[in-house]
Design a protein around this ligand. Structure first.
Ligand SMILES: [Zn+2]
Length: 315
């Protein structure tokens, strides 16, 4: 019998316990998350003050180091938004905008009116030095009220960190005009590759990282979080970097090796782009997404509401 654990209204199979937090496959939420769930105040303290200075000291520098590759990744995202939105809808909010590279990409591309929300003092200061409109805040009901309306809300590496992802998706829905897009990227955890490493190679679940990672989504469960309010338009995964672990390059806890593996992946994607084969890359990753394989899941979903009358006719 699998062990179960219950905490407040949450209950499900207990999967792993790390630092007194247990990951459960929650029956109520229908995605995996830790219990106890940290309070918003505990998390706000972490991200406003500690995260960039202690947990991720090199984050800003590394984003700069990755710039060519990130420009490729970001241009593909803006391409998708422009394809889906038509010609005139160009207002974007990036929640958890970090050092502002995604926003800056939109500005440099031209035509986009972009705004960021970011809790870290350091990252906001950096964003201001490059001329971006970024407010130091978390996204919640109160801060959302002052933001205005958008055509795209970008939530990249956010929903795994928050105590109430369904609540955040609801707020994002309220910020979008009808037909607007929510773009979400989260780690793809408890994936088939991770299971193989655990069951066949003796790896412990290194991806479990409480309290920073509260939620552990996969390809189906992130879509379940969006579907009550959005129509899923596309589901992609990113390169399954954990294949390197299966090939014997154990980068877990070895940062230099992790960077080397990441560099190979960047090189491969940049070479394909240079050859005009980014479409092939995207098709490969989309196929992997159907198998549940890939390090992150990237979903674009369209806001329902205001167009309900037309929904019965297809898509
Ligand atoms: Zn739950």
């Amino acid at each position: 019998m699998p062990k179960r654990k219950a905490w407040q209204g949450h209950a499900g199979e207990a999967l792993d316990t790390v630092d007194q937090f247990t990951v459960i496959d929650c029956d109520a939420c229908r995605f995996k998350h830790i219990v106890p769930i940290p309070t918003p105040a505990e998390l706000e303290h972490t991200y406003g003050h500690e995260y960039y200075s202690t947990t991720k000291p090199l984050y800003i520098e590394r984003d700069l180091e990755d710039r060519d590759w990130l420009n490729l990744v970001y241009s593909e995202r803006y391409d998708a938004f422009e394809r889906l939105l038509g010609l005139k809808r160009r207002r974007l909010l990036d929640v958890g905008s970090g050092p502002g590279l995604f926003l800056r990409h939109g500005v440099e591309r031209g035509g986009w009116k972009v705004k960021g929300l970011e809790p870290s003092t350091q990252a906001v200061a950096h964003s201001h030095t490059i001329g971006l409109d970024v407010t130091q805040a978390f996204l919640n009901e109160e801060t959302a009220a002052a933001l205005g309306r958008f055509d795209v809300v970008h939530l990249s590496e956010v929903l795994e960190h928050v105590p109430d992802p369904l609540g955040m998706v609801k707020i994002a829905h309220g910020l979008l005009d009808p037909g607007g897009l929510l773009a979400v990227m989260v780690p793809n955890d408890y994936s088939p590759i991770q299971s193989a490493l655990r069951d066949g190679c003796g790896f412990s679940p290194w991806w479990v990282a409480p309290p920073h990672h509260v939620n552990y989504f996969d390809v189906p469960s992130i879509q379940r979080v969006l579907k009550p309010r959005f129509d899923v338009v596309s589901v992609d995964t990113s390169f399954p970097i954990d294949l390197f672990l299966l090939m014997g390059d154990n980068y877990v806890g070895n940062d230099a090796l992790g960077r080397a593996c990441h560099a190979k992946r960047k090189t491969m994607e940049l070479h394909l782009a240079r050859a005009g084969k980014s479409g092939l890359k995207q098709a490969m990753y989309r196929s992997l997404a159907q198998l549940g394989v890939g390090r992150d899941v990237f979903v674009i979903a369209r806001r329902r509401g205001g167009r309900r009358a037309r929904r019965s006719g297809g898509k």
